[in-house]
Ligand binder design. Structure first.
Ligand code: 4AD
Ligand code: MG
Length: 424
């Protein structure tokens, strides 16, 4: 069967009268196609073209596609014709070896073509595909929230201010679509969205981005427990689908190594209250007291103790945002839960939402915001309010967990980190 492959040269090996070209094709970029050129089987132009190709040259190879169990993907192209589209004049700036992260960031526009990165982009794409599939199957509505906002959702410290034309009013890049999803769940029932969120996080950790992809969901007539059930079902659905997918199943094993812990994950995930977590941490000699927020080290210690993904629930109200509902049984804590996973820590934050207008006004003020800016949000409690709950899943962190990546920057082709030096 004649086959036409279009793509780029990853690497070339010359053995006398045979040349092997490893090609990244537009059809299956995650599996290099081995193109074999034999001098006696091709015309002189094709032989010369094959010899001339430089790393990342773009070309079209035509020939016979045959089975070869020893070639990547089990097939190779017996090339009959090579047409060069563009042969670079300069050597590929990234050469053939692996590079430290700084170099990969500086040349991000080129390093996105690297084989490991391509595999990550494919898993990312499929992860989003399966998450969306879960929402479609369960009849949730996908909505499109705004990015420019005037109401903070997650505290003032991580707000990015934007200059809005000539206006003096403060406009920000959104930290979360939640407040808008709350409005929309009273229109549509169950809603979700996937959009960028922005955090002016000064902390330069392996799990913080200044711009990340946020999957958020909100449902009317949903309580705290309904919310946790949806989260575990969604997350486990996506993991199982990715592992059973012909393409991503292999890619995940290749990048991550052992997948047993992903394979074994099942609902219901353990629920651990903040108060129980404090006891565990104090037993492990953490210098921490009831009321303190938990950081990466604490989350790691808890994951090791529990050994699987779990929900950390019932946080002290003060360490969560203004919208969380107080626990009617113990108003010192609130009906909020984070999903904590090994290797990464928190990947989801969610809660049942406060419905009492006066309680909300009090807490908006306590967070240093002016309640008059939140009038529209408070209206949601004045007109046909119902119990409702929702959550936000960091796609980049979720992918970091699925692939066990060391740093969140490698989950995205063009990551936005606090260090501006790396912008492309
Ligand atoms: O816990 P967070 O701040 O919760 C909210 O924004 C809620 N309003 C969501 C909701 O209920 N609709 O953020 C949710 C998730 C975190 O668990 C984390 O996975 C991710 O967003 N996240 C980040 N990911 C990368 N870089 C950052 N700087 C992140 N900040 C939060
Ligand atoms: Mg959180």
């Amino acid at each position: 069967m004649t086959y036409v492959a279009k793509g780029w040269l990853i690497k070339k090996r010359e053995h006398g009268k045979i040349i092997f070209l490893d090609m990244r094709t537009i059809d299956q970029p995650w599996i290099p196609l081995q193109v074999v050129i034999k001098k006696q089987e091709v015309d002189e132009i094709t032989w010369e073209n094959a010899k001339k190709l430089r790393q990342e040259a773009s070309f079209i190879a035509e020939g016979e596609l045959i089975q070869n169990p020893r070639a990547p993907g089990g097939r190779e192209l017996r090339g009959k014709q090579i047409i060069i589209v563009h042969n670079p004049e300069e050597p590929w700036p990234l050469g053939k070896k692996s590079h430290p992260p700084e170099v990969l960031m500086k040349y991000r526009h080129l390093s996105v073509r690297g084989q490991k990165f391509i595999k990550i982009w494919i898993v990312r794409e499929k992860l989003i595909h399966y998450l969306r599939e879960w929402f479609e199957k369960n009849h949730w509505h996908e909505v499109s929230p705004p990015i420019f906002v005037m109401t903070a959702c997650e505290g003032g410290a991580t707000l990015f201010r934007v200059k809005w034309f000539e206006e003096k009013i403060p406009v920000y890049l959104t930290q979360s679509a939640q407040l808008y999803l709350e409005a929309l769940c009273f229109a549509l029932g169950r809603v979700w969205c996937l959009a960028p969120s922005f955090r002016a996080e000064k902390s330069r950790t392996r799990r913080h981005l200044a711009e990340y992809w946020h999957l958020e969901a909100e449902a009317a007539f949903f309580n705290f427990e309904d919310n946790l059930r949806v989260q575990e079902e969604l997350v486990i659905y996506a993991i199982k689908k990715l592992l059973n997918d012909d393409v991503t199943g292999e890619l995940i094993k290749e990048i991550r190594g052992n997948v047993d812990d992903l394979d074994e994950i099942k609902a219901p995930l353990p629920r651990v209250t903040y108060t129980e977590a404090m006891e565990i941490l104090q037993r492990k000699n953490f210098k921490i007291k009831w009321g303190d927020d938990l950081g990466a080290d604490e989350e790691k210690a808890l994951s090791e103790e529990i050994g699987t993904a779990f929900f950390l629930t019932h946080f002290p109200t003060e360490i969560k945002s203004f919208y969380v509902k107080l626990d009617p049984n113990d108003p010192r804590v609130c009906l909020a839960a984070d999903l904590i996973v090994p290797h990464v820590g928190e990947i989801i934050g969610g809660s049942e939402r406060e419905t009492d207008v006066n309680e909300l006004i009090k807490r908006i003020k306590a967070q240093g915001f002016d309640p008059t800016n939140y009038e529209w949000y408070l209206d949601l409690r004045r007109f046909g309010s119902v119990p409702h709950s929702g959550f936000g899943l960091g796609i980049d962190r979720f992918l970091m967990y699925i692939l066990k990546l060391e740093h969140i920057r490698d989950t995205l082709p063009f990551p936005r980190l606090a260090r501006v030096k790396y912008f492309i």
